[in-house]
Design a protein around this ligand. Structure first.
Ligand SMILES: [Zn+2]
Ligand SMILES: [Zn+2]
Length: 304
């Protein structure tokens, strides 16, 4: 099983179009040691030919053009992307569906909560019905969460309900439900190796920590270093935790949480452009290295 990070930035990407924070302006001016990053998405394959993407970011065109195995190779209109799994209904995870409208019906795997958001507050699935059409496959979160994707028989998919937040346009924004946000456990059926992908983790629940201890790799939420990071940068008063993202530093933060998880390789993704860990030579990045926590980059591949 190969898991490829297509985009390792949070919503807005890095640099963000209207952002003049020290990271974004530093990157534009070539003053910091950092790489640009597109918005959050990963791809998984069991043979390197057929792929399923988890989340479809607004940067999907760039991501397809940057990865030859996705590109048409067998017919005049063709793709190696067999399906799209959505972890939630956020703009940075679902907008990319609109840029896949020219093809055959899209196979979209999502929970009932995400389906509701994407047919009401952010009705991309209704819109696509007028173009390629969508074949929606239900991810059930009340049972064991397991679902199959026929084009990827070598991978077992398990939805892991997570504590985060539905987006502002969701009809149930202020009434949280199981299935608003999921993580996805990917298991290679041959090797038995497992990866947990959880780009939006608001809280480290004991159940999730226990699961992390059973996997070989955790690819999780690296949005903000500090809970008050946006405020500190003079951008907004919203805290990382209010947006459903556990910050890395501070008591109960991701570093502390990860210290308690011994087994897996630990990688952070979905990194906001304000986060100092984007700078390769920052003290915050050095602190992660000491903790054996890696920072994902666009194009990173994890083979399991
Ligand atoms: Zn996001
Ligand atoms: Zn910025």
């Amino acid at each position: 099983m190969i898991v490829r990070v297509l985009g390792s930035a949070a919503g807005g990407g890095f640099p963000q179009w209207n952002c003049n924070c020290s990271n974004c302006s530093g990157l534009r001016k070539g003053l910091i040691k950092a790489q640009p990053r597109t918005q959050s998405s990963v791809a998984v394959s069991d043979n390197g030919k057929t792929w399923v993407i988890i989340d479809a970011s607004p940067d999907i065109r760039t991501q397809i053009e940057g990865f030859a195995p996705f590109q048409p190779g067998r017919a005049v209109r063709d793709t190696a992307i067999a399906g799209v799994v959505l972890v939630d209904s956020q703009i940075d995870h679902a907008t990319g569906l609109l840029f896949l409208r020219e093809g055959k019906p899209l196979h979209v795997y999502c929970t009932d909560m995400v389906y509701e958001d994407l047919t009401t507050g952010f009705p991309v699935l209704n819109m696509l019905a007028h173009y390629c059409g969508v074949q929606r496959h239900r991810i059930e979160v009340n049972g064991d969460g397991e679902f199959a994707i026929p084009d990827l028989p070598g991978v077992r998919f398990v939805a892991v309900p997570l504590d985060s937040k539905a987006p502002p346009y969701s009809p149930h924004r202020h009434n949280p439900h199981i299935g608003d946000t999921i993580g996805v456990l990917l298991e290679d059926r041959q090797s038995g190796k497992r990866l947990l992908y959880a780009p939006a983790l608001g809280r480290a629940e004991p159940r999730v920590l226990a699961l992390m201890e059973q996997v070989d790799c955790v690819l999780t939420d690296g949005t903000c270093w500090r809970d008050d990071e946006l405020q500190l940068a003079g951008i907004s008063n919203r805290r990382a935790t209010e947006m459903g993202h556990l910050p890395q530093s501070g008591p109960g933060g991701m570093i502390e949480v990860m210290r308690g998880v011994k087994r897996p390789r630990k990688v952070l993704t979905h990194i906001n452009n304000t986060n100092p860990i984007l700078r390769d030579d920052s003290p915050e990045r050095a602190q992660l290295t000491v903790e054996h926590i890696e920072v994902a980059f666009d194009g990173m591949e994890i083979a399991l």
